[in-house]
Design a binder for this molecule. Structure first.
Ligand code: SAM
Length: 199
């Protein structure tokens, strides 16, 4: 099973909430791509933080395409069921709003229908260098690129650039630096996270 957890790198998620969500609010369609999403904690954490900032009405416009090479993650994400250990890091106030116990299955919790409807899984290989669609306002790709050769990292980030709308945002993990070849295409938004805006 891929290593991931709910609210991983909360600092970066908070910066998305602060800098990107206010821009999203003006969009009719809010398309987000979580590339290398594993079995769901990352796209669902993002969905929860966006919903918290945006409110119920505008959140209906949010569609998070969550992709991974491993197709088995699709069922876990669509079921939205996680055990007690997996949800252990979620703050209690958030847990009480977005999760409820699964009937007849002790220690398992299901995420709300509203969250499940906002996240759609698809099976995708980033090394195909073909985006699933264009017009994303945010692409998140964390703890995936480090496994790729430097030249493939450049090609994948170029693909992200091409599939972002003008002024769209790209975010990766703290340690993933923007390759020199692409640095003129993105503006760094904050100094304490790898959050970039398409120029
Ligand atoms: C360490 S997990 C990161 C999960 C999540 N992004 C996070 O940061 O918590 C890496 C994920 O990348 C996926 N992955 C690896 N190679 C990939 C590829 N070529 N295309 C798409 N996903 C890939 C793995 O299946 C795994 O789910």
């Amino acid at each position: 099973m891929a290593f991931t957890f709910f609210f991983r790198d909360k600092q970066t998620l908070d910066l998305i909430q602060e800098h990107v969500v206010p821009i999203m609010k003006s969009r009719r369609f809010i398309r987000i791509w979580d590339a290398g999403c594993a079995y769901g904690p990352e796209p669902y954490s993002l969905a929860i933080l966006i919903r918290e900032k945006m409110g119920q009405f505008l959140f209906r416009n949010v569609n998070i395409l969550a992709s991974d090479l491993n197709n088995n993650f699709g069922k876990i994400i669509s079921d939205g069921i996680y055990n007690k250990e997996e949800i252990g890091r979620i703050p209690e106030n958030i847990l009480n709003i977005y999760f409820s116990p699964v009937q007849h299955k002790p220690n398992y919790f299901v995420i709300s229908d509203e969250m499940r409807k906002s996240v759609e899984f698809f099976n995708h290989d980033l090394i195909s260098f073909k985006p699933p669609r264009t017009g994303f306002c945010l692409i998140i790709c964390k703890n995936v690129l480090l496994h790729f050769k430097p030249e493939d990292q450049v090609k994948v980030i170029q693909m992200f650039y091409d599939s972002l709308e003008q002024g769209g945002y790209f975010v990766s993990e703290q340690t993933q630096k923007m390759p020199d070849e692409l640095s003129s295409k993105f503006e760094r938004v904050v100094s304490n996270a790898q959050l970039f805006k398409k120029i």
